[in-house]
Every structure is written in structure tokens, then in C-alpha cells.
Design a protein around this ligand. Structure first.
Ligand SMILES: [Zn+2]
Length: 391
């Protein structure tokens, strides 16, 4: 019996050492997630970031701390159906400011790399903002400038909808022949140049391939893909092909991986379609109540957690995307852009922001060094942020 206990302890030892090691490394590293949709989803769900929202959302202020998230770039998003997207974006920005104002001991706004370092040093959760969809500038460079002044530090040139100056992955894939233009127009190139001049990072997630190439050939600063994965592993229009990944690396940019099952696992979309057709009546009834179709699907998925969980891929599938990019272009060009609170299906084991340490654990298990993990979790984004800043 005694011998068995000793043997049991010896077997357990490596696991507890790994646990200690990953927790320590995770806490020490600066963790920056470049995409979280809480500002728009909180409007739909009528909740606030500083409430306790376990079981209701992927994120809240307390769980950010639990998950070791140092800096969150919040997505400022509204769909194309909003009549005044610029005003709507500003209302979401007001909400982020309000959460920080109400919680000065726990949360601060971050506008540049110096603020970022301050937030990390003071162990205060730092909030940054990125606009997800060029339609929110309503075709005006003044609006872009005003958003920068309010603290927006990246803009995704398109969401699923194209603008008058940039075409989206959705439209370039599904309606290519009926588009009035493809890629960036001259004004679209002016938008990219203006972003460079302001110090706002160009985000190429959601853009069509033509827009991607026009933008990367126009920008003079490193870009990001704030929430995209690898097309070769999961051929979805939202993911990046090898030549695009190589171009981002050449530009000095970073691809931040989206956690959505449909972007990491090529078998997921089929399962999700079957789920949606089973629950079509419920989803449609929410859409009739003015919920955006994406959110309606998300809410109904959350209503059936057992069904949803049976469709989810393991965390290792997400790490496969990371490995792929590292093998293709090196460890300097990959980061994390969860899309939490904008997706209904993260991989198993990542229930919300509190589970970020699981990623560090998985990276250690795959043999990544401490230095590499620091780069992946946040170092690479800091490099791009600094390269975009205007001094
Ligand atoms: Zn998105």
C-alpha cells in the first residue's frame, strides 16, 4: 500500500510541476486578446461588463482577472442594418468608458504602449478599442480621425458587409460578379493612408482577398488580422491562405487566432447548420424581435449547452492553427484574438476568458519556450502597436 502511494505521488509529480509552471508563466506574461465583442453583445443581452456574468457571457471584469488577461481590445461593432453606424459606434465607446469610470481600481483605458505598460505594472485590467467594420466611418475621413481621438486603435476595413470603398470576404466569395468594385477604391487607399498617419492599426480580418492585397500593398505600417485562422486547415472565407500569411509576416504584422469552432474545425459548419435547422423556429422568432441573426443563433446555442458541447472541437485543434503559422512564418507573427462574446462555439475547455491559462498550458505541452509564449500571448501585438504609433 505504502509503495503504491509513493508510486502514485511520483506519477502525479510531473503534472503538479507543469501546473505550477504554466500558472507562473501565464501570470508573468502579458496577455493581450485583440478581439472581444462584449460591447455589442452586452447591448443585445442587456448586461454590463462589471457585473458577474458566469453562465451568461464569455467575459466580465472579474473573470478577465481570473484568466490573467492584462489587455483586452474590445470590438466596437454594429451590423450594416443600423441607420447611423457612426453614432452607434460612439455609444459603444461610451459604454467602455463608463465601465472604466465606475471601476477605477480595477480597470483603465489604454491608448498607447506607455499606458499599456502602466496597466501591466499596476496590475489593472487595460481596455483598448478597435472598430470592426469600415462602414462605421460613414465614408468620412473626419469620422475616422474622431474615432482615433476617442481611443480606437485598430479598424477592420470591412465586416461581412462591403463598404463603398472596400469589399469583404463575404461579398468577394458569394457575390463577386455583382459587386460595383473589387478591393480598395482610391478612397479606400486614402483610408489606409489616413490610418497609417493617425497611428491606427489596419486590421485585415473579414476583408476579401482583393481588399487584403490592395491594403497590404498600400500600408506603410505593420497590419494585424485581429481574429482569423488558417485557410489551409479550415477552408472558410474568413481564414487566411498561405500567401496571405506570408505577406503579413513580410509586413511585420501578426495574425491573432479566432477561437470560433467554425474557423478552426472544417467539420463544424455542417454540424452547426444541422443544429440551426433543428432550432429554426426559435432562431426566427428572435430575429422577428429584432435580434441580429448571428446573435439569435448564439442565444439559441446557449440554450442547448449539451447539444452545443457535443459539436465542439478540442483545444488542440486551435493550437494546430498556431503551430501551422509558426512553422510557415515563425513565432513573431501569431497571437490571440478570441472573438469571445461574438461566437457561440469556442473549443472544449475554453468556456470563457477565465480559461486563457489553458492555452499557455497547451503551448508548454507542445514544446514552446517561455520566450515564444511571451511573444504569442502579447509581445507580438505590442511590437505592432509600437510600430504604428506616431511620435
Ligand atoms: Zn468578426
Amino acid at each position: 500500500m505504502y509503495k503504491q502511494s509513493i508510486l502514485f505521488l511520483i506519477l502525479l509529480l510531473p503534472f503538479s510541476l507543469i501546473a505550477q509552471r504554466y500558472n507562473k508563466l501565464h501570470k508573468k506574461a502579458v496577455l493581450i486578446d485583440t478581439h472581444n465583442d462584449f460591447p455589442s453583445s452586452s447591448i443585445q443581452k442587456k448586461v454590463s461588463f462589471d457585473q458577474r456574468l458566469i453562465g451568461k457571457t464569455h467575459s466580465d471584469l472579474n473573470r478577465m482577472k481570473e484568466g490573467g488577461v492584462d489587455i483586452q481590445v474590445f470590438s466596437i461593432f454594429c451590423g450594416p442594418e443600423k441607420a447611423r453606424p457612426y453614432a452607434f459606434a460612439n455609444q459603444e465607446i461610451d459604454s467602455v468608458y463608463e465601465w472604466a469610470r465606475r471601476n477605477p481600481a480595477k480597470m483603465m483605458m489604454v491608448y498607447n504602449s506607455q499606458d499599456l505598460e502602466k496597466a501591466v505594472k499596476e496590475k489593472t485590467f487595460g481596455a483598448m478599442m478597435g472598430v470592426e467594420g469600415g462602414h462605421m466611418i460613414e465614408d468620412k475621413l473626419e469620422n475616422l480621425e474622431a474615432l482615433y481621438k476617442r481611443g480606437v486603435r485598430y479598424m477592420t476595413l470591412t465586416w461581412n458587409n462591403s463598404t463603398s470603398w472596400a469589399t469583404s470576404a463575404w461579398d468577394e466569395t458569394l457575390h463577386k460578379d455583382s459587386l460595383p468594385h473589387l478591393g480598395l477604391t482610391d478612397f479606400g487607399k486614402d483610408v489606409v493612408r489616413k490610418m497609417n498617419a493617425l497611428g491606427m492599426i489596419v486590421d485585415l480580418s473579414h476583408t476579401g482577398e482583393r481588399t487584403f492585397w490592395d491594403a497590404i500593398n498600400t500600408t506603410t505600417k505593420p497590419v494585424i488580422a485581429s481574429h482569423s485562422c488558417v485557410y489551409n486547415l479550415c477552408p472558410h472565407r474568413r481564414n487566411l491562405k498561405d500567401d496571405q500569411i506570408k505577406a503579413i509576416a513580410k509586413n511585420g504584422g501578426v495574425i491573432h487566432l479566432n477561437f470560433y469552432a467554425g474557423f478552426i474545425d472544417s467539420t463544424y459548419e455542417k454540424k452547426a447548420l444541422a443544429f440551426r435547422s433543428t432550432h429554426k423556429a426559435e432562431i426566427d422568432s428572435l430575429i422577428k424581435l429584432n435580434y441580429q441573426p448571428d446573435y439569435a443563433g448564439m442565444i439559441i446555442s446557449e440554450k442547448y449547452p449539451t447539444e452545443l458541447s457535443s459539436m465542439l472541437p478540442p483545444l488542440s485543434v486551435l493550437i494546430d492553427h498556431l503551430d501551422y503559422i509558426v512553422k510557415l512564418v515563425g513565432v513573431d507573427h501569431v497571437g490571440l484574438g478570441s472573438d469571445f462574446d461574438g461566437i457561440e462555439a469556442p473549443p472544449k475547455g475554453l468556456k470563457g476568458v477565465q480559461d486563457f491559462p489553458e492555452i499557455t498550458k497547451a503551448l508548454i505541452a507542445r514544446g514552446y519556450s517561455k520566450k515564444d509564449i511571451h511573444k504569442i500571448l502579447g509581445g507580438n501585438f505590442i511590437r505592432v502597436l509600437k510600430a504604428n504609433e506616431i511620435h
